[in-house]
Design a protein around this ligand. Sequence first.
Ligand code: DGL
Length: 258
Amino acid sequence: MINSDPIGLFDSGIGGTSIWKEIHNLLPNENTIYLADSKNAPYGLKSKEEIVALSKKNTEFLLNQNAKLIVVACNTATTNAIKELRASYDVPFIGIEPAIKPAANKSETHTIGILATKGTLSSELFNQNVMNYPNTKIIEQVGNGLVQLIEEGNIESVEMTSLLKTYLKPMMEANIDYLVLGCSHYPYLIPQIKKIIPKHIKIIDSGEAVARQTKNILTQTNLLGLEKKSSQIFYTNYNPMVLKSILNNKYPVIEKEF
Ligand code: DGL
């Protein structure tokens, strides 16, 4: 059976487009609807209750557009709200969490770094996951200010470079060989990060794994779509120019209150 209803994705802003890109690459025939809640970014400094409420608001908007599956394209929303979302709505949810497992399994120095938001690093889900790797030293770092700069379109600014240097220095000093990007905004910083860290430190993000998981779940639940000409719709509630530009002006962006 073919199901041409859209895959819904949401993030606190434009960062989840890094996940959308992986999903669109793997599943080009799927219709998608992406929601950038940029008006409420960053989620990383909000309380769990606020993150759950915002995640429910985003989910309901996507369900009203007939989303057949929802990708929570935000580590902060996943680690704080996915349990509540799964309990409240009868639709499959795919979440994104910092990719500790592949980094810990491959690390030769048994030391890895994780850059993520305060909301993710302080969540119960993240801290439970960390306990599965007692033999790996995990250097956690909150990326204060990074999401705000990305949302303002200041990815290549001097301020960004200076924040990244400050956050990455303790990890390099601790001899990490893997750096996990635990926020869907951060893949957009990879060129800047590569200028700071030595070549032997590998960078891992969760985009490809989330795309593979999305395909698996759609296949298992008989929800795959096969549109010859699929549609990709983007909504934002703040500053559409930044979202347009991160999509290289290839897709229309609708500005809307939600
Ligand atoms: N993209 C979100 C994440 O993956 C950013 C959270 C925020 O808005 O602080 O965590």
